[in-house]
Design a protein around this ligand. Structure first.
Ligand code: RVP
Length: 499
């Protein structure tokens, strides 16, 4: 007879945190979000620790080398998608690994035809006083000059003055050629008393800016996740089919950590992959996805360094509808976290778990952490940003970005859904969609992290570990959910004019 669970499987929106005592020391500035990525023994530290508990999904529409650099710079990790050729994936890993900390893609750009008013407006909006002037106004366009606040006087100059009249033109700029090392860039900065050194390619197209202040202390990215060679830490996805060719290529490219990307990871295939990797390479490997104690234990016994949790909760995922398998994300995390703690008590080995998929609101992240996740993996969240690899389009007057599932016909990642049959995707388990465009990763992360830290203070917790110990979590009734949003008021519509 089948086994029946007495409890329904639940999702994050069904829970809330109840505040604990907030001491005066418990301020967001004192909260840290450091968290282990890979397993470690009691009393020791994890060999890789994230500075923020975020990872980006192993998906074509989310994690390429650009995302990997941007997220590592912020303190998290990307897992570059594996549903591409081995060569392409290895190339992306190697690009991300060779990206040098200190080189930034220019965030404020205008053309010579723009005016002083545009410069001032941009400065007000972004806070950056250095503006790259390129032919087409893009961060990678032909560099024609630079504007800094030393180039104009707001009190004297007309705001209609064109940039071409007051920028420092390319002919007077000190610049570096692409391929310059950070050390050499810094020498130029000091020699010429610069604040910013543009790096251009052979065709004068702008590649990066190197700021004096970035080199000095990496102050802008105090949380960046670097290896001992000051390269960003980068992850990559693998599958249970071509791992004997893919893993050596990724290791050669310098990958720091692998993850077996599968919709259902409780399988002998995964166990084989973990054992192969462990006996041939010195590289960390995560496995999954699982939703219960048994799945966790099976993959941990095979040697996995972390376990990914979640089936069917992803925003683009239709696995539950198509196959009738899965479990509410909250219930999955709660049970696997219990299994992880049990395993730790028994063996003294702590195996981090990652809650993957189904994060809709920022507070879902805090709940996942409070329920025992060590970090989360998100697809939709990151797909909305400039740094994701997909096209930005205007649909019905609003900017959107494309976002498609690995199990959709567009990605055709059959290896992720394979259970030993033919080498193709028999039916779709994901959809092709749009998500609202949301701007830059860092701006959004700052807001999300601000909310998480604030909630942690409400709960009296200064670290994720403390949150997990102290959190008090309640189920919410369907009726009380209504109370959580704005209710019994008439919302003002934007754009209504007065008198
Ligand atoms: P979300 O953050 O809700 O967008 O979920 C992302 C997760 O969804 C991925 O990390 C992966 O586990 C899962 N996914 C990716 N593709 C598909 C699919 O096509 N069904 N599901």
């Amino acid at each position: 007879m089948a086994t029946y669970y007495t409890e329904p499987s639940r999702t994050f929106s069904e829970y809330l945190l109840i505040p604990g005592l907030t001491t005066k020391a418990c301020t967001p500035a004192n909260v840290h979000l450091k968290t282990p990525l890979v397993k470690f023994k009691k009393g020791e530290e994890s060999a890789i620790q994230l500075n923020i508990p975020f990872s980006s999904a192993v998906m074509q529409a989310v994690s390429d080398h650009h995302m990997a650099v941007a997220l590592a710079r912020a303190g998290g990790i990307s897992f570059i998608f594996g549903s591409q050729s081995i060569e392409e994936e290895a190339r992306m890993v190697s690009k991300a690994k060779s990206w040098k900390a200190g080189f930034v893609v220019s965030k404020s750009n205008l053309t010579p035809e723009h005016t002083l008013a545009d410069v001032l407006e941009l400065k007000e909006r972004t806070g950056h006083s250095t503006v790259a002037i390129t032919q087409d106004g893009t961060p990678r366009g032909k560099l024609l000059g630079i504007v800094t606040s030393r180039d104009y006087r707001v009190s004297r100059d007309s705001s209609a003055k064109q940039i071409r009249e007051f920028m420092t033109p390319f002919s007077s700029l000190v610049y570096g050629q692409s391929g310059l090392s950070l050390g050499d860039a810094n020498d130029l900065i000091w020699e010429h008393k610069l604040n910013c050194l543009p790096i251009v390619d052979a065709d004068q197209n702008l590649e990066f800016l190197v700021f004096r202040k970035d080199y000095d202390a990496h102050k802008e990215n105090p949380l960046e996740l670097l290896d001992e060679n000051k390269s960003y830490i980068v992850g990559a996805g693998i599958n249970t089919k071509d791992y004997e060719e893919r893993v050596p290529a990724l290791v050669e490219a310098g990958v720091d950590v692998l993850v077996i990307d599968s919709s259902d990871g409780y399988s002998e295939w995964q166990s084989d992959v973990i054992r192969y990797v462990k006996s041939n390479f010195d590289v960390k490997i995560g496995a999954g996805n699982v939703v219960d104690r048994e799945g966790f234990r099976y993959l941990v016994d095979a040697g996995a360094d972390f376990i990914k949790v979640g089936i069917g909760g992803g925003s683009i995922c239709i696995t539950r509808e198509q196959k009738g398998i899965g479990r509410g994300q909250a219930s999955s995390v709660i049970e696997v976290a219990e299994a992880r703690d049990e395993y730790f008590r028994e063996t003294g080995i702590y195996v981090p778990i990652c809650s993957d998929g189904g994060i809709v609101h920022d507070y879902h992240i805090t709940l996942a952490l409070a329920m025992g996740a060590d970090f989360v993996m998100m697809g939709r969240y990151f797909a909305r940003f400039d740094e994701s690899p997909t096209r930005k389009l205007k649909v019905n007057g609003s900017f959107v970005k494309e976002f498609w599932g690995e199990g959709s016909n567009r990605a055709r990642n059959w290896q992720r859904y394979d259970s030993g049959g033919k080498s193709n995707l028999l039916f779709e388990e994901g959809v092709d969609s749009y998500v609202p465009y949301a701007g830059s990763l860092q701006e959004n992360l700052d807001k999300t992290i601000g909310k998480i830290k604030s909630t942690m203070c409400n709960c009296g917790a200064l670290s994720i570990q403390e949150l997990q110990q102290k959190a008090r979590i309640t189920l919410v009734s369907a009726t009380s959910l209504v109370e959580g949003g704005a209710h019994d008021v008439m919302l003002k519509e934007s754009g209504i004019s007065g008198d």
